[in-house]
Ligand binder design. Structure first.
Ligand code: HEC
Ligand code: HEC
Length: 260
C-alpha cells in the first residue's frame, strides 16, 4: 500500500470518529439534576478534580472554580470531553449514562456559580430582569408588553448547552440592539452583572434552590426604552390625582354612612 492511501484511510477514520463525537453531543431531555450530579462527581471525578472542584487531586486536572476558565466554556464541550476523555482523563462513555453525564456537568457549574454570588444575583434578577425574563427564567413575561417579542429563555436546554457565561455577560452589559433587552453597564456594577449571570445560569438545572443573600438593592429602573405611559411624569401625575379623588370619595362616603 502506498503512503498516500494510508493517509487517506487515516483521514477518513478521523473524520468518522469526529462525526461520532458530534452526534454524541446530544442535549439533555430534561433539566439536569445537580443533586444526582454531586453523587456522580464524588464517586467518579473527585479523586482527580478534588471535592471542592479546584483540581487538587491530580496535576493539570481542570479547576472548576477558575472564573477565567469557566466563563469561556460551554456544557456541550464539557459533555464531549467527559464522553470521550481528554489527555489524562479517561472516557466515561461506557461508565456513565448520558443523563449522568449531564447531571455531573450541572454540578460542575455550581463550583463557579457558587451560592453566595448567585444569591446576590437573585435579588438583582428579581428586581430588574424578571419582568421580562420571568421569575423562572423562561422568558414568559415579555409578550405582554412588547408586541409578542420573547425574552431570552434561560431554560432552553439546547440553547444554553452552547452558550458561554461570558456571552450572557456581554449581552447583559451591552444590551441587544434591535431587541427590548437594554444595556446594564451604567446601572449595575461589573460584579453585580456577573452575579446576575450566575443566578440566571442556574435556571437550566433542577433541584437547586438559591437563597437570597446580602441586602436588597433598590431597582435602578429599566434603562431607556421605557415607553409605558405610567412611568412618565405625566402618567405618575394621573395616577396620583386618581388616587386623591378616590380617597376623597371614600372619605365622603364613610362620612355619609356615619351621619346616617
Ligand atoms: C484520572 C484523573 C481524572 C478523572 C478521574 C477525571 N478527570 Fe476530568 N480532567 C482530568 C484532567 C487531567 C483534565 C485536563 C485535561 C486537559 O489538559 O485538557 C480534565 C479535564 C476535565 C474537563 C475539562 C475538559 C475540557 O473540555 O477542557 C472536564 C469538564 C472534566 N475533566 C470533567 C470530569 C468529570 C465530570 C469527571 C468524572 C465523571 C472527571 N473529569 C474525571 C483528570 C481527570
Ligand atoms: C424590557 C425587557 C427586558 C429586561 C428588563 C431584561 N431583558 Fe434580557 N432580554 C430581553 C430580550 C427581548 C432579549 C433578546 C431575546 C432574543 O435575542 O431573542 C434579552 C436577552 C437577554 C440575554 C441573552 C443574551 C444573549 O447572549 O443572547 C441575557 C443574558 C439577558 N437578556 C439577561 C438579562 C438580565 C440579567 C436582565 C436584568 C439585569 C435583563 N436581561 C433584563 C428583554 C429584557
Amino acid at each position: 500500500m502506498s503512503g498516500v492511501s494510508e493517509h487517506r484511510i487515516l483521514l477518513s477514520a478521523l473524520i468518522i470518529l469526529m462525526l461520532i463525537g458530534l452526534v454524541s453531543a446530544e442535549y439533555p431531555s430534561e433539566r439536569p439534576s445537580v443533586v444526582s450530579g454531586q453523587v456522580v462527581f464524588t464517586s467518579a471525578c473527585a479523586t482527580c478534580h478534588g471535592e471542592k472542584g479546584n483540581g487538587s487531586g491530580y496535576t493539570g486536572a481542570y479547576d472548576f472554580t477558575d472564573n477565567q476558565k469557566m466563563t469561556g466554556r460551554n456544557s456541550s464541550s464539557f459533555f464531549l470531553s467527559i464522553t470521550n476523555g481528554r489527555q489524562a482523563m479517561p472516557p466515561f462513555v461506557n461508565r456513565l449514562s448520558q443523563s449522568q453525564r449531564w447531571d455531573v456537568i450541572a454540578y460542575l457549574w455550581m463550583f463557579w456559580a457558587d451560592r453566595d454570588s448567585a444569591g446576590k444575583g437573585r435579588i438583582i434578577y428579581e428586581t430588574n430582569c424578571a419582568t421580562c425574563h420571568g421569575m423562572k427564567g423562561d422568558g414568559a413575561e415579555i409578550s405582554r408588553e412588547f408586541n409578542g417579542e420573547r425574552a431570552f429563555d434561560f431554560t432552553n436546554l439546547s440553547t444554553m448547552a452552547n452558550k458561554h457565561p461570558s456571552e450572557l455577560f456581554y449581552g447583559v452589559t451591552n444590551g441587544i440592539s434591535g431587541k427590548a433587552m437594554p444595556p446594564w453597564k451604567d446601572k449595575l456594577s461589573e460584579s453585580e452583572r456577573w452575579n446576575v449571570v450566575k443566578y440566571a445560569w442556574t435556571f437550566q438545572f433542577k433541584d437547586y434552590t438559591i437563597e437570597i443573600t446580602g441586602t436588597p438593592i433598590p431597582s435602578p429602573g429599566i434603562p431607556s426604552q421605557s415607553n409605558s405611559w405610567y412611568s412618565t411624569p405625566g402618567g405618575a401625575a394621573i395616577i396620583f390625582i386618581s388616587l386623591a379623588i378616590a380617597a376623597g370619595i371614600l372619605y365622603l362616603f364613610r362620612k355619609g354612612m356615619i351621619e346616617r
